[in-house]
Ligand binder design. Sequence first.
Ligand SMILES: Nc1ncnc2c1ncn2[C@@H]1O[C@H](COP(=O)(O)OP(=O)(O)OP(=O)(O)O)[C@@H](O)[C@H]1O
Ligand SMILES: [Mg+2]
Length: 384
Amino acid sequence: MSKLRIGLLYGGRSVEHEVSITSATSILEALDSKRYDITLIGVDQEGRWHSGPGDRDPGRLLEGAAATAITERAGEDSSTEVLLPAAPVGDTLVPADSSAALSAAELDVIFPIIHGRGGEDGALQGLLELAGVAYVGSGVLSSAMQMDKDVAKRLLAAAGLPVVPWLTFKGHDLLPERIPDTAARGIAELGAPLYVKPANSGSSVGIHRVENRDDLVEAIRDSSRYDSKVLLEQSVDAREIEVAVLGNDSPQASLPGEIRPRSAFYDYEAKYQDDATELIVPAEISQEQSDQVRELAVRAFRTLDGAGLARVDFLLARDGGALYINELNSLPGFTSVSMYPRLWEATGLPYSELLDRLIELALERHEQREALVTKYEGSGGSEG
Ligand SMILES: Nc1ncnc2c1ncn2[C@@H]1O[C@H](COP(=O)(O)OP(=O)(O)OP(=O)(O)O)[C@@H](O)[C@H]1O
Ligand SMILES: [Mg+2]
């Protein structure tokens, strides 16, 4: 049996660039080299794609690419700037400079592990669809829905799933002179304290917890720098429970885990710089609560049309035990110590088998899409 050709796509322009490199490094180490031929595709901070063989390390490939760009010593380094043609032409990657040494590469599956905007918001998935290549994870619409906190909450709420009461503001409500008014409306309708979030962000960038109107005005100003849509949400004094979902048509939920940040909330530093953030796997909650979060996680995944994987994050109120779906992450952190793979590990699926499964699911979904009728074939009766 010939090996599957996997493109491991990582890096990207978001604040989560470094996390993505760490995820890619773990994935590269765990992918079975007897089954897969791996091509690294690193996206630099400027958004350029660089490719090189999978025997290099993902961080060095991008460093090498940067050094090549600075010294213009192309050829000495084994990475090449590449493009992914937005057409199903057979070659998945072509050299950006047609005189480059690297020839075009054909890939069977792309494993994108680029977090945040441009990576998990549907944009990249659209390019991969146009290229006609199988890829790990949710499609265009689902990725976009999972990324947009306003759209996600509307759809979850419409499906009868529990979300924290919220309001969304955009357009003239976010004009500098109108923000004090917007803040007053927010407090009047939702009370305080409140969370303020850009609709599309990630890694807690632009997110604030505020107690009063003056701080709310400042928080809305800041959040609106990151997105043209801003959410205000009631703040719930809650434990943070996370569930990993895996599958396409029959998604399964892992055991739940809990994150216990040391800081006031799980902000950017707590996530990526503070090793003291505790991950408790499995979460110490009752069997009944565990069953409930797992069921809600699968329903949320289905509601947002997820494919492959997602991490579903919950807030579990300390007082009264109410559960709320906080958000879905379509391409969660994937280092070997990240919550998503750890939850599967605890549920009986080791890291490298989880990767095999994700690749199978990508191929399965691709085949299903390829089999769809894309042009009118008549009403079935013979003509004449
Ligand atoms: N309504 C809320 N009540 C209480 N805490 C909240 C609420 N909303 C968010 N938080 C806290 O803020 C953190 C970040 O919020 P959220 O998960 O919505 O943002 P994010 O930047 O998209 O995160 P991620 O990087 O996981 O995608 C949460 O992990 C939680 O600690
Ligand atoms: Mg979060």
